[in-house]
Design a protein around this ligand. Structure first.
Ligand code: PLP
Length: 352
């Protein structure tokens, strides 16, 4: 099979930089960013803060580093952080929140990835000598393991009210916050204004090769800059990372709508295939979760058979498969994928 025939729906992280981004890297004005002297990094950080209505921003290497840097800048060792039980920070960051930040994660289950004010209220225990001090509430937007679901500005505002009433900060893992903003046709500031600080990723739907931004108050970013140094994330001529980030903020946000349209098309097509279920309520942005239970075969068999057809998807749980649209996935890829998925589902059922 030739590489070009592969339709890679595993994640939007596989999206490649544009030619314009690669040219921007080549021509970026550079300096030593640990000295604060990289003009391209400084420009991107300022753009990110302005665009999202906060005072300052900090470029870090990855979403995981952004979450770790932020939690360590928001809370002290031994304190408690309330997060969603399927959140990326809880599942996929190698336990850094406890191993490195020294925090006790307190997971709260939800149906669609967002706590209700009642869920959150119930998770906050009274301040008492027996309990760890609660400091921080984390929300994920859009929510990866829930299938790209959105925490709306109204939901964030309600969470913010409860947190504030108890003296807790709110941090948003906004790896895909621009997907949420574009999907709801709402300015990103309407989301960010309800949280104390947050991060977003350049290297997912925005198509950059590397990088995430931590955003918040000047004070918070100063602390985060120090934490980033502790974590070994102080970078020198980091303008090579920032340059495509500037292009992304200028040109890649609105096109996320295309990914959402393709995701809907793909989800609707899969939902029509016998023995595959899609909860369409979850299809809010660029992800699709497919329940393969009715097929009666292992989900890994489903994934490996699709791979043989040149369609790459991710396994995210028992009988749960995830497909993600991104730049590089066009309508023709959706059509090809649907034909292959239908063929594999019917073959697996026949052979079972
Ligand atoms: C919601 C969310 N947060 C954080 C991350 C971590 O980003 P990175 O892979 O850049 O460390 C991801 C990655 O997929 C994610 O989906």
């Amino acid at each position: 099979m030739q590489l070009k025939e592969v339709v890679d729906l595993r994640s939007d992280t596989v999206s490649l930089p544009t030619k314009e981004m690669l040219q921007a890297i080549q021509h970026a004005e550079l300096g030593d960013d640990v000295y604060g002297e990289d003009p391209t990094v400084n420009k991107l950080e300022q753009m990110a803060a302005e665009r999202t209505g906060k005072e300052a921003a900090l470029l870090v290497a990855s979403g995981t580093m952004a979450n770790l840097t932020s939690t360590m800048s928001n809370a002290k060792r031994g304190e408690l952080v309330i997060l969603e039980s399927q959140s990326h920070m809880y599942w996929y960051e190698a336990g850094g929140v406890s191993a490195i930040a020294g925090l006790l994660p307190w997971p709260v289950k939800t149906s669609y990835g967002v706590f209700s004010p009642e869920d959150l209220e119930a998770a906050i225990r009274p301040r008492n000598i027996h309990f760890p001090e609660p400091t921080l509430v984390c929300v994920e937007n859009t929510h990866n393991r829930h299938g790209g679901t959105i925490a709306t500005p109204k939901q964030l505002s309600e969470i913010g009210d409860v947190a504030q009433a108890h003296g807790l900060r709110v941090y948003m893992d906004g790896a895909r916050i621009f997907n949420a903003a574009v999907a709801l046709k709402t300015d990103v500031k309407e989301f960010t204004k309800h949280v104390d600080n947050f991060m977003f990723c350049l290297s997912k739907g925005l198509s950059c090769p590397i990088g995430s931004l931590v955003v918040g108050t000047q004070d918070f970013i100063e602390r985060a800059r120090r934490v980033r140094k502790v974590l070994g994330g102080g970078m020198r001529q980091a303008g090579v990372i920032a340059a495509p980030g500037i292009i992304a903020l200028e040109t890649m946000v609105n096109r996320l709508e295309e990914d959402h349209k393709n995701a809907k098309l793909l989800a609707e097509g899969i939902a029509k295939i016998e023995r595959l279920n899609v909860d369409m309520e979850r299809v809010q942005t660029n992800m699709i979760l497919v329940d393969t239970t009715p097929l009666g075969v292992t989900d890994s068999l489903f994934v490996s058979q699709l791979k043989e057809e040149g369609i790459l998807v991710s396994l995210v749980g028992k009988d749960k498969v995830r497909l993600v649209t991104h730049r590089g996935i066009e309508k023709e890829h959706i059509e090809r994928s649907l034909t292959a998925i239908a063929r594999v589902a019917s073959k697996l059922h026949r052979d079972n």
